[in-house]
Write a protein that binds this ligand. Sequence first.
Ligand SMILES: [Mn+2]
Length: 421
Amino acid sequence: MRFIHAADLHIDSPLQGLDGYEGAPVERLRGATRQALVALVDLALERTVDLVLLAGDVYDGNWVDFRTGLFFREQMLRLTRAGTRVFVVKGNHDAASQITRQLPPIDGVHEFSSSRSETVDLPELGVAIHGRSFPNRAVPEDLVPSYPAPVPGRFNIGLLHTSLTGREGHDPYAPTSVDALADKGYDYFALGHVHAREVVQESAPRIVFPGNLQGRHARETGPKGCELVTVEGATLVSAEFLALDVVRWHQLHLDASALDGLDALARCFRTQAAALAEGTRDRLHALRVLLHGESPLHRIEAGQPGTLAAAIQAAALDLDDAEVWIEEVRLDLRSPMDRAAVAARTDAVGEVVRLVDALASDEAQLAAWFRARLSELGTLPGAMAGADPAQLDAAAIRALLADAEATVLARLSDTQPGGGA
Ligand SMILES: [Mn+2]
């Protein structure tokens, strides 16, 4: 007996703010949650699995129209027509109260009740599946005590949407503990809700969050997919993770301290981006690039803002054996400088560095000075536009000061040949 365990499909999850991205592959990003489900069904048919278990949040929320539900139905029919049975619990995003539009039930797809826990016994497969759907978005109580006792002689699977003992970035719904799950006497807990894959416990029982089927933004990074589990008799004999994502998100941290110019930046980026995409040419890779360190690149950016992001985008276009889209380039750079030597100079460059050092020497004074200047200026530059100046912390203010210094020094070296620091 073989089954697939997946969760958190979030079909048609809106990808907010995409229109703000120049050149974003909007259609591919918007269609990704659907295409990942198609890939899951393809896999289930290829491997002739007996069961597909979906542990909640099939939908991201109420359907905008019926197309979302019809798409899911179409994919489920591909499974049921091949004899694969599907078991679903609803999570917080697709709780009974959240979805107002309805389609008729599908023969061969069992949706667990939201009013009580149920067991579906499948003697022909030697499996019993226990589950309960979320009635509402918020489920504050532990559902596990209400789950039925295991069926003797079967491979017992609990299908459950839960935050377990709490996971960063996830609302605490249907909280429970590993001990509570272990005490239940089941063989496998097919969990959902947490979007990062986690094997909570290897065995007795095996407890797994498969993660979401498709990452939806730059904070949902790395391979996303499902668990493929093989059971013989009532014993689990193998369990593996299989990636099914069609767009893969990454955060690429580049140390700029050894990069002396744009060519070096492009080379470094190409090498690392190619390594990320290695072996997965059929996938779109969406990268958030974080460039940090003390580097001459800071001065280049100060002289012509946007240069570094454009250089990275150009290098991404040059990659011919991987499809890479740059979601965003974030900069955390400083200019290399012997500050003591430069501050000793009697020219304008020395004066700027002395002013910056004086301001930076006292955090409270810097914050006060910054707010006074900002009330004259009104808005913040670049990536910080839209931020509330009064809410900026000391580190953000220091970063702005360093950027301002680099901009002024870049302009001074433009107007005074040989006068650069
Ligand atoms: Mn959830």
